[in-house]
Design a protein around this ligand. Structure first.
Ligand SMILES: Nc1nc2c(c(=O)[nH]1)N[C@H]1C(S)=C(S)[C@@H](COP(=O)(O)OP(=O)(O)OC[C@H]3O[C@@H](n4cnc5c(=O)[nH]c(N)nc54)[C@H](O)[C@@H]3O)O[C@H]1N2
Ligand SMILES: Nc1nc2c(c(=O)[nH]1)N[C@H]1C(S)=C(S)[C@@H](COP(=O)(O)OP(=O)(O)OC[C@H]3O[C@@H](n4cnc5c(=O)[nH]c(N)nc54)[C@H](O)[C@@H]3O)O[C@H]1N2
Ligand SMILES: [Mo]
Length: 768
């Protein structure tokens, strides 16, 4: 049989698709990928799986009774309709909502990763379309590092420490003696990066770091947050207590005169305001090692000797993005900045601090010589946005006013939700609460290739193509490669590209020209590629013509420099290279935050007891801390019904990892079906006993397709989605970002018949 190869890309790597008789049968990794992700193997199944949405569908109750009666969402069957009918219904409803309530009634933020591909990015396409239709309520910030996005620029001037370029792995391997990582540097997370992770440099870099003999200290509830071959020291901290440990490290450095007063003086603002707090002069509580030991369960001698160790040679410190996805998630970041300033290695080769080593692919690569291209969503005419993770609050409380990073935001009155490229029934916290909010609008429209929980909670579902059914090219902020993405197979079922769906709607709604700018797919690809060539010219580099690029299959942007160290310029000349903060220095005390006058984010780093943690009274009822980490075998909820994610399921559900002590105390054995629960909800999962997880902590990774088993809000979730257990509250009034790592639960063996999983098949389909 003739096999043809087609180039394509995904957030977890570029690949060559093998196509036989119009079907993708296998994939081969990209020839220049030094460490391809096993998740590539899920791709052929994902294109042809039975959970593809094959044609447009409308929820039965909506079709019969018109907009409203949202309680039926996620429970009623769907009716297939023609594209013509679907376009009429969507365009008609958009016009009605706009004319009756204005564009401020349309929630169009559409948060989510979509697929790789510079042009066919569903979320950007949808927002471009809605912006050309007069605008919508957008979502600002993100779930990934939203607290940092609001907060870190006040302290460090911009987002380089979080999103890069940060000190490269090469610089660490060459210069660093100690690598102290809070939340670890987990290989699982480095498989993926938004837009594409083509050059998987992470594992080769880790090997170099191991070969260089760098001392790695992994401070995390989970031992496997650092590769075993790094021979890391594991400090099994209680979740959400890193701030206390960092403060105690600073305290020890100062007490033992191992700190750098010159750095604090020359490169920092406000050390004199925060150090009295650290030393306990301002509040009578020295933040010493004994104090931190009681909070973190890392003993005081270990903390003190760690302080001596990091002062003994060049030290790089990092905290993962997960640390700020917590109640008061701004504080551990501020505490790490304070610690790094106290130690004073910032800007020296291989020294200092960063956020995000270990959180995503590409961070730690050398910076590229020029920026890869990206499609702009344009400007939202309504200029209205809410912080992404405040979606349920907004749906439930229209008209309420909240504080957000020094500004006030009024929640809109949403009548229509339009989503493409995201899965809120994966990504949002406290899904039972989201379901209540989600019932309120008149109409929910979703584009999806697959029957995800969000598609199942829509009124109108429009089937979208996957990347293998359209032409595009891949590029990502921290990846040097531009990769051709060729159409390999015809659209599955009646699916259409998001762009083509939106173009047709735009033509019916009179905004086609604004949306397309007169370009079709082919024109857009050239236009985007050529915009990058312009950038190359200013960096004195030459990129091939578009046709030559398409022919070659990929282009690699050269590195800008070798062994890059962040802040070396600032260290060399703090006047010429001032940080973009008020003072031009690191702000250990922030006058700007002082002006906000928020009780949940004072003007210097402060230890707050998290709302739920292993030291809180709530442990009497729910004694375990839930880690709902990023999944190892899929990207978020993507490909959860596929073979790679499927191979890890236990008792047909998401695996929940429990320490042997906690399992024994509850009579739980490996392979048991268990119920994980708290006062927000409950789900089923399959038990895995793992002593890489510290006692009193369990890990139920995010992303199992939410399965409410036909029940109402609050019903038992049967597939292992941790977001029925997580807490839906902003980090603080600065960040207003997810605090999903702050959640206590308990777990028990599930007695009774195991309900069958529904989400591995399409929902019930009826005709009327
Ligand atoms: N408890 C807990 N919750 C979390 C997290 C956590 O760590 N713990 N992590 C959070 C973080 S950091 C993030 S970024 C979010 C991620 O949340 P999301 O980005 O919403 O998760 P994905 O599963 O990637 O959702 C992308 C959706 O887009 C669809 N899609 C893919 N390609 C296309 C396309 O071409 N067209 C259309 N129309 N649709 C497409 C996919 O099928 C999928 O349903 O989750 C957050 N939620
Ligand atoms: N395979 C895969 N990779 C991914 C993704 C995916 O879905 N799958 N998603 C991508 C996305 S969108 C993002 S934003 C990044 C997110 O990157 P991260 O936010 O860094 O990812 P997490 O897995 O949530 O957390 C990393 C580790 O932090 C530890 N941790 C959690 N809470 C605490 C704490 O309070 N203290 C300490 N010391 N450690 C803690 C956990 O053990 C966890 O393994 O990952 C990206 N990479
Ligand atoms: Mo993320």
């Amino acid at each position: 049989m003739a096999t043809k190869l087609f180039r394509n890309s995904s957030h977890w790597g570029a690949f060559l698709a093998e196509v036989e008789e119009g079907r993708v049968t296998a994939v081969q990794p990209f020839e220049e990928d030094p460490h391809p992700s096993p998740m590539l193997d899920a791709i052929p199944h994902s294109v042809h799986t039975e959970t593809r949405v094959m044609r447009p569908f409308v929820r039965e109750g909506w079709l019969k009774n018109g907009p409203g009666n949202g309680e039926g969402r996620g429970r009623e069957p769907f009716v297939p309709v023609s594209w013509e009918k679907a376009f009429d219904l969507v365009a008609g409803e958009m016009k009605r909502v706009k004319d009756t309530y204005t564009n401020d009634a349309i929630m169009g933020g559409s948060y989510g990763w979509s697929s790789a591909g510079t042009f066919h990015h569903a979320r950007i396409q949808l927002r471009r379309f809605l912006f050309s239709f007069g605008g919508c309520v957008d979502q600002s910030s993100n779930y990934s590092f939203g607290a940092a996005l609001a907060f870190v620029p006040h302290i460090a001037g911009d987002m380089r420490t979080v999103t890069g370029p940060i000190t490269s792995w090469a610089a660490v391997a060459k210069h660093t003696k100690n690598l102290l990582v809070f939340g670890g540097i987990n290989p699982k997370n480095n498989q993926a990066a938004r837009g594409g992770n083509v050059a998987h440099e992470f594992m080769p870099s880790m090997k170099k770091i191991a070969a260089a003999g760098v001392n790695v200290v992994n401070v995390s509830p989970c031992r496997d947050d650092a590769a075993e071959f790094l021979n890391p020291t594991w400090l099994a901290i209680r979740p959400n207590t890193d701030t206390a440990m960092m403060l105690a490290l600073s305290h020890t450095l100062i007490t033992e005169n191992l700190h750098d007063p010159d750095f604090l003086e020359k490169y920092c603002e406000g050390a004199d305001r925060v150090l009295p707090y650290v030393m306990g002069e301002s509040d009578g509580v020295p933040k010493d090692a004994e104090w931190a030991a009681a909070i973190t369960e890392i003993d005081a001698d270990t903390i003190r000797s760690l302080a001596r160790q990091i002062a003994s040679g060049r030290t790089m410190m990092s905290a993962t993005w997960s640390l700020q996805r917590a109640d008061h998630g701004e504080q551990p970041y501020w505490a790490l900045i304070l610690l790094a300033c106290t130690l004073g290695h910032i800007g020296l080769p291989g020294g200092g601090f960063t956020f995000g080593y270990g959180s995503t692919g590409g961070l730690g690569n050398e910076p590229p010589l020029f920026n890869p291209p990206s499609l702009s969503a344009g400007r939202n005419p309504t200029n209205y946005a809410i912080p992404a993770a405040r979606i349920t609050d907004a749906l439930l409380n229209p008209g309420d006013v909240i504080e957000y990073n020094g500004k006030k935001i009024t929640y809109p009155d949403i009548k229509m939700i339009y989503w493409a490229g995201g899965n809120p029934f994966h990504h949002h916290q406290d899904l039972n609460r989201l379901r209540l909010g989600w019932q309120r609008p008149d109409t929910v429209i979703v584009h999806e290739p697959w029957w995800t929980a969000t598609a199942r909670h829509a009124d109108i579902v429009l089937p979208a193509t996957t990347t293998l059914e359209r032409n595009d090219f891949g590029s990502a902020a921290r990846d040097p490669y531009l990769v051709v993405m060729e159409k390999a197979v015809e659209p599955v079922g009646e699916s259409k590209n998001d762009f083509d769906i939106l173009r047709e709607l735009a033509s019916r709604l009179g905004c086609e020209e604004a949306f397309t700018e007169g370009r079709d797919e082919k024109d857009w690809l050239r236009f985007l590629y050529d915009s990058c060539r312009e950038g190359a010219k200013t960096a004195n580099a030459a990129m091939p013509e578009f046709d030559e690029f398409w022919e070659n299959g990929f282009y690699r942007i050269p590195d800008r420099e070798e062994n890059y160290t962040l802040f070396s310029d600032f260290r060399d000349d703090p006047e010429a290279n001032r940080l973009k903060t008020r003072s031009g220095k690191f702000e250990l005390y922030s006058k700007k935050i002082e002006k906000f006058n928020y009780d949940d984010c004072p003007p210097h780093v402060t230890w707050f007891e998290p709302a739920e943690w292993l030291g809180s009274e709530k442990t009497a009822q729910f004694p375990l801390h839930l880690m709902s980490s990023q999944p190892k075998d899929r990207l978020h909820s993507q490909m959860d019904d596929g073979p790679v994610s499927g191979a890890t399921k236990v008792a047909g559900r998401e695996p929940v990892e429990i320490n042997p002590i906690d399992a024994a105390a509850r009579g739980i054995d490996a392979g048991d079906l268990v119920r994980v629960f708290n006062d927000r909800g409950a789900c089923l999962a399959g038990a895995v006993i793992n002593d890489d997880i510290r006692p009193s902590v369990i890990r139920l990774s995010a992303g199992a397709w939410y399965d409410n088993n036909g029940g109402a809000s609050g019903a038992l979730e049967i597939h292992g989605n941790p977001n029925v257990l997580t807490r839906d509250k902003g980090t603080s009034q600065v960040g207003q970002s997810p605090s999903s790592t702050t959640a206590l639960v308990d777990i028990e063996k599930f007695e009774g018949d195991a309900p069958e999983i529904n989400v591995s098949r399409p929902p019930e389909i009826v005709s009327i």
